[in-house]
Design a binder for this molecule. Structure first.
Ligand code: GLN
Length: 296
C-alpha cells in the first residue's frame, strides 16, 4: 500500500486526498443514496479497499492517498450507491459470530435466521445426531449448528452449485465438517428414517411481493427468495417430504414469512407432526415453526 504523502502539484486543494476526506465523501454519497448506516458502511468499504480496519482509518486520517487508491474506493462506493449489497462488496457477512463468505450465488444470511439456529440447538439431543439443512445457501445454518455441536453428523443440500461452492469454502475456512450434496429438497435422499433433525430457511416470498424491488433483495438470487403459490410451495414440499427421511420423534424446523405461521402449523398437523409451535422474532413476528414427527 502506498503510505507516502501525495505531493502532486496538480491536485486542487479541495480534492479529497486524505483518508479522512475520502471517508467524509463516501459517507455523504451513501447518505444521499438513502443509506441509513452511511457512516458505518463508509468505514467498512473504505477500510476494505485500503485494507485497514476502522481504528487504523481513524488514526491515519491525515494520510494522503494515491490516485489509484482514491479511484478504487470511489468505484466501490459507486457500486454501493447503485444498490449492490454491502455484504457482496465486502464478500463477507457475519452470522452466529462466524465470518462467512458470501457472493451473488447465495442469499446473504440474515440475523432473523439466528432464531432458527437457537430453536434447533434447543431441540438437538446432546449426543451424536444426524442433521440436514435444505437449501443451505452460504451454509449459514448448518455451519452455525456444527460449530456449536461438533458431534453432529452434518448434511446440507442446495440446487445451486454456486451456493454449494461458497458453502464448502466456508466450511473449509472454519474447519467444520459437512457433507454437501446437490439436490432439490429431499428428492435425492432415500426414503428411510435417517435424520434426527431437518432445518431449512427456504424461499418463501411470493413472486409479486413489492419487497423484491427493495434493498438487498434486488441483487440476491431469485431462486433463494421466491417460491410459487404466494411463497408457500417450497415450504409445503419440505413438510410433505420430511416424514420420509426423519426418524420418528425427529424434529423439523422451518423459517417462514411473518404471515405464514398458521398455514405452516396446519401443514405440520396434516403430516403427522406433534408438539408444533411457532416462535417469534424480536419484532414479535412468528418466523420459525417447529414440530416433532409422531412416534409410530
Ligand atoms: N440457508 C441459507 C440462509 O439461511 C440460505 C437460505 C435461502 O437461500 N433461502 O441464509
Amino acid at each position: 500500500m502506498n503510505t507516502k504523502p501525495n505531493n502532486s502539484q496538480h491536485s486542487p486543494p479541495t480534492e479529497p486526498t486524505s483518508i479522512a476526506n475520502l471517508l467524509a465523501e463516501a459517507r455523504r454519497r451513501l447518505l444521499a443514496a438513502g443509506i441509513e448506516s452511511a457512516g458505518l458502511e463508509a468505514r467498512l468499504l473504505v477500510g476494505y479497499q485500503l485494507n485497514m480496519d476502522a481504528t487504523r482509518l481513524i488514526a491515519h486520517g491525515e494520510q494522503a492517498l494515491s490516485d489509484d487508491q482514491i479511484g478504487a474506493v470511489r468505484a466501490l462506493i459507486n457500486q454501493r450507491v447503485d444498490g449492490v449489497p454491502v455484504a457482496y462488496l465486502l464478500g463477507q457477512r457475519e452470522f452466529w459470530s462466524l465470518p462467512l463468505r458470501v457472493d451473488e450465488y447465495c442469499l446473504i444470511p440474515r440475523p432473523d435466521t439466528e432464531l432458527l439456529v437457537e430453536r434447533a440447538l434447543g431441540r438437538l439431543p446432546d449426543g451424536p445426531a444426524r442433521v440436514i439443512d435444505l437449501g443451505t445457501g452460504s451454509g449459514a445454518i448448518i455451519l452455525a449448528l456444527k460449530s456449536e455441536r461438533p458431534r453432529i453428523e452434518a448434511w446440507a443440500s442446495d440446487t445451486s452449485s454456486g451456493a454449494l461452492a461458497i458453502a464448502a469454502a466456508n466450511a473449509r475456512d472454519l474447519r467444520l465438517d459437512v457433507h454437501w450434496f446437490r439436490g432439490h429438497w429431499l428428492d435425492a435422499v432415500s426414503p428411510r428414517p435417517w435424520f434426527d433433525m431437518i432445518v431449512s430457511n427456504p424461499p418463501y416470498i411470493g413472486a409479486s411481493d413489492p419487497h423484491l424491488e427493495q434493498g438487498d433483495l434486488r441483487f440476491e438470487p431469485r431462486s433463494a427468495l421466491v417460491a410459487a403459490g404466494s411463497g408457500l410451495s417450497d415450504l409445503a414440499t419440505i413438510v410433505r417430504q420430511a416424514g420420509r427421511c426423519l426418524r420418528p420423534g425427529g424434529w423439523l424446523l422451518l423459517e417462514h414469512g411473518h404471515t405464514q405461521a398458521p398455514l405452516i402449523r396446519r401443514m405440520f398437523e396434516e403430516h403427522a407432526f406433534v408438539a408444533i409451535a411457532s416462535h417469534r422474532d424480536p419484532a414479535g413476528h412468528e418466523r420459525v415453526t417447529e414440530g416433532r414427527l409422531a412416534d409410530e
